[in-house]
Design a protein around this ligand. Structure first.
Ligand SMILES: Cc1cc2nc3c(=O)[nH]c(=O)nc-3n(C[C@H](O)[C@H](O)[C@H](O)COP(=O)(O)OP(=O)(O)OC[C@H]3O[C@@H](n4cnc5c(N)ncnc54)[C@H](O)[C@@H]3O)c2cc1C
Length: 505
């Protein structure tokens, strides 16, 4: 019997521009793909049912898309080494193909265990770089050019069609039965609230083309910080990119093609530079993954942030008494999305105003974000909580953000119906309502909407008083120098980089 070429589908739930599928199908046949729901990862505190539902439903679509190519895709509930060992005990395996994953410590350790097992079993593992992120780098010299080259390179063509003859279906089906998803789990994985984006490669392609071809991007710049309008004017591609329903190269090349037509180029430049940020942050995490659990700048360990359960609960439930903060948290719970500025404000409120450690909120947000990607999430959490030492300290005033970006309180009214009758001048600061006004608007503070959990102006002053001097602590400065040397190219600033990202090949 011909040995199997195995493809492990992870955060790359697509048919197109899929290097491992392409390469495996070039080698001979049979080719078999599998996707795993790993119980150990399922139990990780950053993972939530919505992440598994997205993956499962995308994987079901991929299963159907791979059928005409003669490549069966098995969806299994198993730990990776165990599933591989069991298959290799039953059938000969020529090689395993997959993308290289920049993930949580738990997935990194799992990959090491898989590599050890495969070495012992004499099975080669062909891993491919994902979205221009490179393993084994010590610094960023030459990284931008390599990224550009990767993004402009030809996309992987679809896999070759594999003849049905010779596919060992009986032992494969026995393998699939052994690690089948339990019926109740499968039922839960099929649920999908209407308020979430549609999962899958086809939906990702549809959004990409609608975004670029129907001119939805025209207002990208204008509305980027606005919680309501950005839900259309931003691309909303992050979830498709995080789970690999689209490759970054597909999005980059489509945006560049649009750029060539000369339509609203400023907006496209800003959008394309974000695509670069996507890989830039993941590369940071790839090179310093301890960011998952400790401050990247160890100098900040001396800051005295302590968990305060009552404040944390109020933040998590969207009951802080600050309407924009609470509305964002409710929007996240219901839809899995808010724009970048609102995410930054949620973190600033948690870590500056409430003076909580970023660790105490990082997993809560990860669970809510449909687009959770550890490589972006952890570095962004640290950056917004001002523990990198290399970025400016940004304390977002929750009232000003609200007045500037949701002037008429439309976003707030939608997510906090208790406040919907309030006029513009009060919806951003309901604590200013007099007793008479509370009766008039039928809103009793403390009953229908909470009083503020802190005084935001006082809290911001206190945070800045601690954060600004900390930037000059000797250990913070020494660590900042180390971080700059490792994660940036000293001679070039962000504008140079943005210009390069856009520059024609
Ligand atoms: C605390 C915090 C946590 C975050 N966690 C995640 C996460 O887990 N997963 C995630 O994809 N993004 C994360 N982001 C980055 C950013 O908020 C989202 O990528 C963006 O809001 C997604 O919306 P969009 O697809 O409409 O983005 P667009 O503005 O249309 O941008 C296009 C793409 O560029 C990338 N991108 C945009 N902004 C950023 C950024 N600031 N950093 C890195 N990449 C960016 C995304 O892949 C995005 O899909 C986080 C930001 C913060 C402040």
């Amino acid at each position: 019997m011909a040995p199997l070429h195995l493809v492990w589908i992870k955060r790359d739930l697509r048919l197109q521009d899929h290097e491992p599928l392409r390469r495996a199908s070039e080698q001979g046949h049979p080719v078999v793909a599998f996707w795993l729901m790993e119980p150990s990862l399922e139990a990780h505190p950053a993972m939530a049912p919505r992440h598994w539902q997205w993956q499962y439903q995308s994987a079901r679509q991929l299963q159907a898309a791979l059928k005409p190519y003669g490549i069966p895709l098995y969806l299994l509930y198993a730990e990776a080494v165990e599933a591989l060992r069991h298959l290799a005990d039953t059938l000969p395996i020529a090689a395993l193909y997959s993308y290289r994953e920049t993930g949580l410590q738990i997935t990194y350790q799992r990959d090491q265990a898989v590599a050890r097992y495969l070495r012992e079993a004499g099975i080669p593992w062909q891993e491919y770089d994902r979205n221009g992120v490179q393993r084994g780098r010590r610094d960023r010299q030459g990284w931008d050019a390599a990224w550009r080259h990767y993004m402009q390179d030809t996309q992987a063509s679809r896999p070759n069609v594999i003849p049905a003859a010779g596919m060992p279906f009986d032992p494969l089906n026995a393998w699939a039965r052994r690690y089948a998803l339990p019926p109740q789990k499968r039922k839960d994985l099929q649920k999908w609230p209407n308020a979430f984006q549609k999962p899958g490669e086809a939906a990702g392609q549809e959004r990409l083309h609608a975004y670029l071809d129907q001119g939805l991007y025209y207002a990208y710049h204008k509305h980027i910080s606005r919680p309501l309008e950005s839900r259309e004017s931003c691309s909303r591609l992050s979830t498709y990119l995080a789970w690999g329903n689209l490759s970054l190269r597909q999005v980059y090349q489509a945006a560049r093609a649009r750029y060539a037509t000369g339509d609203h180029r400023g907006a496209l430049r800003a959008f394309i530079s974000r695509l670069h940020w996507h890989s830039h942050f993941i590369q940071k995490f790839e090179m310093e993954s301890r960011m998952e659990w400790e401050n990247v700048n160890r100098g900040f360990d001396a800051l005295d942030r302590r968990e305060m359960p009552t404040l944390l609960e109020a933040w998590k439930k969207g009951e802080t008494g600050y309407p924009l903060v609470d509305a964002c948290m409710r929007a996240l719970q219901e839809t899995g999305y808010v724009n970048f500025r609102m995410r930054a404000m949620l973190v600033s409120f948690l870590t500056h105003h409430l003076w909580q450690p970023w660790r105490s909120g990082v997993e809560h947000l990860a669970q809510l974000f449909l687009d959770f990607h550890p490589g972006i999430h952890y570095p962004q959490m640290q950056m917004q909580s001002a523990v990198t030492g290399i970025n400016s300290v940004r304390t977002y005033n929750p009232v000003k953000q609200s007045q500037d970006h949701d002037e008429q309180g439309r976003f707030i009214s939608y997510w906090l119906p208790a406040l919907q009758e309030l006029p513009n001048e009060l919806i951003h600061q309901p604590w200013l309502l007099s007793t008479w006004e509370q009766q008039w608007y039928n809103l009793k503070l403390g009953r229908d909407y909470p009083w503020p959990v802190i005084d935001h102006q006082e809290a911001a002053r206190a945070a800045k008083k601690k954060l600004f001097p900390a930037k000059n602590w000797p250990q913070v400065k020494a660590e900042s120098r180390r971080i700059l040397a490792r994660h940036t190219t000293a001679t070039r600033n962000i504008n140079d980089r943005t210009r390069d990202v856009i520059r024609s090949s």
